[in-house]
Design a protein around this ligand. Structure first.
Ligand code: PLP
Length: 350
């Protein structure tokens, strides 16, 4: 691998002088703050939010650093990991010139972000068993390929991507390999976070939206080399993680036991749901899952989806997604919700 960030960063971003906020220019404690045009009286709320938050969310990063074993300087926080995905495009891909590779079926935002940023998208489909087509990827790479997105465990298929295949990409690609680990807490596989010191071209995405139960707070993480994180911090909006989210995330991050219990319960429920679904005659296949959802191949995806909607149960219809024909994606719910789903499905007459 011959990775040099100077070869891939956009020139305008390299030369960018980032916005310097009031809170960037004065750090420390003072008794009177008249520097940021805030309302000095307070907020019309029980809690005061009249002051701008820490632009770097340092307290949250420090706590994450303890949990993940990665220094704060290697952590970027985004308004959801979707923001980190967008910032990857804006930092490294010249609109109308560069391209990125995705490996469908996969998470939809890589494509949307590419389109928003006017960046060409190359699709190299996963194989029939939802693994990487390494030869196809090697053929698709050209001198303008900046990013390769790998989602593992993959959404919507649920499986993890073979570690050795990802390592092959990391070792041979001169651009950035993005590994989206949104569902890693449910996986039997190890995170790639520990490989950051090994690969300068690695960006790992994680989120507080899934196992951590904080989707509404919009806190996503990117882990990468210090030089990549510095670029993200230059490009991000100054106060991208709001104060309520910072405070609540920090509080939630003390509660690892609760989250670990939920993960265990989710995995138990996943196993049970698989057993129950297998008994239904319109279920053709259930793909192995390392995530908090399962992909189920059925004889009549659209009809089953509509039937569930009529009964107030919403799942994700993936029937129109290439390589997922006939498939429904079902999130693992509480025991009660899963029971309701199964009871309802038993009453489906195809
Ligand atoms: C694979 C994957 N990555 C990222 C996200 C977005 O996460 P966030 O809520 O952190 O923006 C999702 C959400 O469904 C996802 O499935």
């Amino acid at each position: 691998m011959n990775f040099d960030i100077n070869n891939i960063i956009r020139t305008n971003i390299k030369n960018l002088k980032p916005y310097s906020s009031a809170r960037d220019e004065f750090k420390g404690e003072a008794s009177v703050y008249l520097d940021a045009n805030e309302n000095a009286f307070g907020s019309p709320l029980a809690t005061s939010y009249n002051r701008y938050p820490d632009p770097m969310a340092y307290a949250v990063k420090t706590r994450l650093s303890q949990i993940k074993g990665v220094p704060p300087k290697n952590i970027f926080l985004g308004n959801g990991s979707d923001e980190a995905i967008d910032i990857l495009f804006r930092s490294f891909c010249n609109p109308g010139v560069d391209n990125v590779i995705i490996v469908p079926p996969t998470y939809g935002m890589y494509e949307v972000s590419a389109n928003i940023n006017d960046v060409e998208l190359k699709r190299v489909n996963l194989t029939a068993d939802y693994q990487l087509n390494l030869e196809g990827i090697a053929e698709a790479i050209d001198k303008n390929t900046k990013l390769i997105f790998i989602c593992s465990p993959n959404n919507p298929t649920g499986n993890s991507i073979h570690r050795e295949d990802i390592e092959t990409l990391l070792a041979n690609f001169n651009g950035i390999v993005v590994i989206d680990e949104a569902y890693i807490n449910f996986s039997r596989q190890k995170s790639f976070i520990q490989e950051l010191t090994e690969y300068a071209n690695l960006v790992v995405l994680q989120t507080l939206s899934k196992a951590w139960g904080l989707a509404a707070l919009r806190v996503g993480m990117a882990f990468a080399s210090e030089e990549i994180i510095e670029v993200f911090n230059k490009v991000k909006p100054p106060y991208n993680i709001n104060e309520a989210s910072q405070q609540l995330a920090l509080e939630a991050l003390q509660n690892t036991n609760q989250v670990n219990d939920w993960i265990k319960e989710t995995l138990k429920e996943r196993d049970q749901l698989v057993i129950n679904l297998k008994n239904l005659d319109f279920v053709l296949d259930i793909y192995p899952s390392d995530a908090n959802f399962i992909l189920v191949k059925t004889t009549a995806a659209d009809a089953i989806y509509n039937f569930l909607v009529e009964n107030g149960i919403i799942i994700r219809n993936r029937n129109k997604v290439e390589l997922c024909e006939g498939c429904l994606r079902i999130t693992i719910g509480t025991p009660q919700e899963n029971q309701t789903l199964i009871e309802t499905l038993k009453s489906y007459k195809g």
